[in-house]
Structures are given as C-alpha cells and as structure tokens.
Design a protein around this ligand. Structure first.
Ligand code: ZN
Length: 240
C-alpha cells in the first residue's frame, strides 16, 4: 500500500517538472531506492562485512549467530532467545549501502558481537543447564528456553569450556551475570513517560551496553568519512 503511494508521488513529480534537474533526479529514483530489498547487493555486502569481522576477531564459526532481517525500531539487535542478530529491514538500499561503505555497519555489528561474547561468558560461568533454569524461573528475562536455545548454550559450554574461579575471565563474567540480571527491559516502553526515560538511562548505563559501545567505538567512522561516502553515493545515484 505504501509503495503505491510513493510511486504516485514519484510519477506526479516526474510529470510536473519534466525537463529540469528535479525530474532527472526523480527519474533515477525507483521504489527500490526507497524501499529495501533484502535480496539486494547491499544486504549481501552486509553479510560479507559480518562474516569478515567474525573471522578477523578469530571467533569460533560454529557459534556464529545468523543474520536475519526484521522490521523493528533499532538498527540491529542480538536476540538471546533466538540466538540471532536481527537487522532492521526497512532501511533503504541507499542508506544500507552508505552504512556499509562508511564502516557504520561494521561498528554496529561489532556492538552486537560484543553482546554475543558477553552471553558466552555468562553461559561458561554458570553452565548451560543452570542458565536455562535461570531464564525459566526469572520472569525478568522474558526468554523462552527452546530446545534449540538449550542446545546452543551447551554448544557454547562445550566449545569454549567453563569459566572457573581460577580463570582470568572469572571476575568479568561475574559482573556480566550481575548486569544481565539487572538488564532493563525497555521493549514495552515506547511512550515518553518518566518511567521510560529512567529505564532508558539504566539501559545506557548497564555494563553490558557500556562495554559493547566501547568495542563498537573502535570501529566508528569519522564524520568526514561518513560525509564523503554519502555525497559520493548520492552523486552515483543521481548520475547513473
Ligand atoms: Zn547493545
């Protein structure tokens, strides 16, 4: 329904200003430039960036979460229950392309990968079966332990081994567990209430988020680079 509406606008613009720069611009825009096609090359490039990043970080291939496209409010999100990294699918190919080229997507992916690693540490600390029990009994988590999730957690434990109190990661893993237990569930607060703002601040200050942001910031492109890529891609789009 929305596609039709945009196409109508596009056509009327085309008719109204047929022989000036404006028409050339609109002529070159198609609905594909406005709406995403998850089979497009931009999404394929995103997968390549993800696969390369995973490889460069030397993380085990068998524990790599799949990338899936979904309509949602954030750009990307790691879902523990589905063991999946979700990518907002309504992003236009133009934006997706720019984010691939500036390195912004790599930085966002790095953020989500850090959450994956945090979950690994927690599972390794308390064990897959105990983690499943905790998810089941603690209503704060709102995580359904499916056989697939339990299997994945056992695979994490078997691949990476348990963290014991002699391990170097012990203190860090304990802090992650505490932060996970205090992780605010902001998914149901979309209003601008005080409650939402407090939850959001807690979310921003949660150790898991702080640490993921810290890792992502090492990959964050500079403003100059971002602008250069966007201008470049925009010129390509209107001159093609
Ligand atoms: Zn995060």
């Amino acid at each position: 329904m929305q596609i039709n509406r945009i196409e109508q606008i596009h056509n009327s613009n085309f008719n109204f200003c047929s022989k000036n720069k404006c028409s050339l611009l609109f002529e070159n825009f198609t609905s594909r430039d406005i709406y995403s096609d998850t089979n497009g090359k931009e999404f394929a490039n995103l997968r390549n960036i993800y696969n390369n990043l995973w490889k460069n970080l030397e993380l085990p291939e068998n524990l790599k979460p799949r990338l899936q496209y979904k309509a949602m409010l954030s750009n990307m999100a790691f879902s523990i229950s589905d063991y999946m990294i979700y990518v907002e699918k309504r992003l236009s190919p133009f934006k997706m392309n720019c984010r691939n080229k500036t390195g912004k997507n790599e930085s966002i992916l790095r953020h989500e990968i850090e959450h994956v690693r945090q979950i690994w540490d927690i599972v390794r600390l308390i064990g897959a079966d105990n983690m499943a029990e905790e998810f089941k009994n603690n209503t704060n988590f709102n995580i359904e332990v499916t056989p697939a999730l339990l299997k994945k957690m056992r695979e994490i434990e078997n691949t990476l081994g348990r963290i014991t109190n002699n391990s170097a990661e012990y203190a860090k893993a304990q802090q992650y567990l505490k932060a996970l237990r205090n992780y605010p569930d902001i998914s149901q607060y979309y209003g601008m209430s005080i409650k939402e703002i407090i939850k959001h601040l807690k979310y921003k200050n949660n150790l898991l988020e702080k640490q993921a942001r810290n890792e992502a910031s090492k990959y964050k492109p500079t403003l100059i680079k971002t602008l250069r890529v966007i201008i470049n891609e925009f010129c390509k789009l209107i001159l093609h």
